[in-house]
Design a protein around this ligand. Structure first.
Ligand SMILES: Cc1cc2nc3c(=O)[nH]c(=O)nc-3n(C[C@H](O)[C@H](O)[C@H](O)COP(=O)(O)OP(=O)(O)OC[C@H]3O[C@@H](n4cnc5c(N)ncnc54)[C@H](O)[C@@H]3O)c2cc1C
Length: 567
């Protein structure tokens, strides 16, 4: 059996290596248009920032490794230019010499990835405007900001010598994860960085109120955000400066511009081969990664996958799914019955020592689908036991089905151990867990690592409390229409008060019940929701119609930015 793999990075390389492990006899040819196979494109922003100093550290396995360890005929600088499915051949062009050869296949695997979106904007090809996709891209950016880091800026009037000005200003177009990671790395290199983002938030998969926390955090670290403003074009100004012009007419001068406007599945070859393309623009595959042609498989960023929670076709450009799909294609080609379970979009981004991570459905996705059968909670547990030094709060939003408690998705942000919470939740999600399962999950605990009630358990306990009716829930948007009861201590009010609220500290509540209405909903608030829950329990048992405002003042801090309520 002869298998040709087109694309030699995440999906393609993992497919080639797995194929060899499963079939020692297979003839495997892997072609890669670029100069490297199996490189860590996820590390590119950190190479630009100098965290990963050596370029060679990004090269996970070389052409030679594939030849020698895996007996894979691995060809770099080799582009597949045409597939002839009827003849089962692929035309290959040597990128350096232009020579075209034809190879036959029994099975073909496409893993061509998703190139960066590059709109035809005026000036987009000016020097100093870069993408971050390949090792050569990162090298060029480093050279631009390092060796060419000084611009001639004019003539010194006294000495007559040319004066120089270092490159100091960067504009990143796009606030997705590659844009944000690159922006952070440029800040570390001393750049004054602005991000221009057409959408009204960074990190589009997050719900907007959670993205607001990220935005506040990166702004605190010196990044300027221009949200809701698309780039209109680029102009060469004096001294090598590029003026980035936005649709609203603003101008951001830059010494370096990073384009990170998202990616689009590479379907060029697939289309010429007559393969089915899905409604989201990716190659349509079945759960065994087979395209509409049974001898052609496709994996990675180029394919559409089923969203694990919603069942919708979606485009998920992530390394984990690409690697797993490469393995699955190899399994199926060698006769195994492996299947891709769909993608949850589980992601994480690190920013200035903090992390934002998420898995599963967001609230906005459910709203877009008209799904009303969900509830959400906000919580702010400590990353580990509060009494052990270094505990940091994690801001969490957890979404679950009202009707049966199925866990649907979570988003978390914080400075410590966000990843393990979302990883645990992602696993639970894939296993079809309910919030009752999260309550019962048995997780690692010692004070420096977690809490006896880990944030994962805690989210399950709070959510289950809501569904069992122990903790009737309200959110800021609706709470303001009711009677607001603030049960915090007086000292806390001095820091942040809610003028509309009646204030009775929790310790005085039992003695002051007469001050509360019996004919209205009472929305109880505290700092994070915990004391409000205790107060709600008490009030319910005393016959009041009480609800806990989810996340308390902490959730107000990012939610109120959205609807302006209580302002
Ligand atoms: C800067 C950056 C940071 C990232 N960070 C993360 C991260 O932190 N976490 C995460 O999960 N994901 C991350 N990703 C995404 C992740 O790298 C991709 O999802 C993954 O690499 C997709 O694998 P793939 O095999 O589909 O495509 P790729 O890995 O992009 O490989 C496709 C290859 O196919 C080659 N090719 C295309 N057409 C042809 C042709 N006709 N002939 C020959 N070769 C061809 C291309 O040259 C390319 O090298 C990042 C991506 C980038 C660019």
């Amino acid at each position: 059996m002869k298998v040709i793999i087109i694309g030699g990075v995440a999906g393609g390389a993992s497919c080639a290596a797995r194929l060899r492990r499963l079939d020692e006899k297979a003839e495997i040819l892997m072609v890669e248009r670029g100069p490297y196979v199996s490189y860590a494109n996820c590390g590119l922003p950190y190479h630009i920032g100098g965290v990963i100093e050596k370029e060679s550290s990004l090269l996970v396995a070389s052409e030679r490794t594939f030849r020698e360890q895996f007996n894979v005929d691995c060809r770099v600088n080799c582009e597949a230019i045409k597939i002839s499915p009827d003849k089962k051949t692929v035309d290959l062009r040597n990128v350096k010499t232009g020579k075209v050869t034809t190879e036959s296949y029994d099975k073909l695997v496409l893993s061509p990835g998703a190139p960066s979106i590059r709109p035809p904007l005026p000036g987009i090809d000016l020097p100093g405007i870069f993408e971050v996709r390949t090792v050569p891209d990162a090298r060029t950016i480093r050279e631009w900001i390092e060796t060419g880091s000084l611009f001639l800026s004019g003539m010194d009037s006294y000495s007559g010598f040319q004066t120089v000005r270092p490159k100091t200003r960067a504009v990143v177009i796009g606030g997705g994860f590659i844009g944000l990671e690159t922006a952070e790395n440029l800040v570390h290199r001393g750049f004054d960085v602005a991000i221009v983002e057409m959408g009204d938030q960074v990190l589009a998969p997050l719900d907007q109120e959670m993205a607001r926390i990220v935005e506040g955090y990166v702004e605190k670290h010196g990044i300027r955000l221009a949200l809701g403003d698309g780039v209109a074009g680029f102009k060469q100004a004096a001294n090598g400066v590029i003026d980035v012009e936005t649709q609203s007419g603003k101008i951001y001068p830059a010494d370096v511009v990073i384009l990170s406007l998202g990616v689009r599945p590479d379907t060029t070859l697939a289309k010429t081969a007559g393969l089915e393309i899905g409604q989201r623009g990716g190659i349509r595959v079945d759960e065994q990664m087979r395209t509409s042609n049974p001898d052609i498989f496709a994996v990675g960023d180029a394919v559409e996958v089923k969203d694990f929670v919603t069942g919708e076709w979606s485009l998920i450009a992530l390394a984990g799914p690409a690697n797993r799909q490469g393995r699955i294609a190899a399994d199926v080609i060698t006769g195994r019955d492996s299947r891709f379970r769909g993608s949850q979009g589980t992601s994480i981004i690190g920013l200035f020592g903090a992390a934002a991570a998420w898995t599963g459905a967001s609230e906005k996705t459910l709203n877009r689908l008209g799904d009303k059968d969900y509830e959400k909670i906000y919580l702010y547990p400590n990353s580990h036991a509060g009494y052990y030094p270094g505990a940091r709060p994690i801001a969490m939003k957890v979404i679950f089905r009202k009707s049966d408690g199925r866990f649907l998705g979570a988003q978390a942000l914080g400075e410590d151990n966000v990843d393990k919470r979302i990883s645990a939740l992602a696993m639970a999600l894939q296993m079809g867990a309910t919030i009752y399962d999260l309550e019962e999950a048995e997780l690692c605990y010692a004070p420096q690592f977690g809490s006896a009630k880990d944030p994962v358990n805690f989210s399950g306990m709070v959510a289950a409390g809501v569904l069992r009716g122990d903790m009737p829930l309200s959110h800021w948007k609706t709470a303001k229409a009711g009677f607001l009861l603030d049960v915090r201590e007086p000292a806390e009010l001095a820091v942040e008060s809610v003028p509309e609220a009646v204030h009775i500290p929790i310790g005085q509540l039992r003695a002051r019940l007469a001050e509360l209405p019996r004919d209205r909903e009472i929305h109880v608030i505290c700092r994070s929701g915990q004391r409000a829950y205790y107060a709600t329990r008490m009030l319910l048992q005393k016959g009041f119609n009480a609800k806990t405002v989810s996340g308390g003042l902490l959730s107000l801090a990012h939610n109120h930015l959205l609807d302006g309520s209580l302002n």
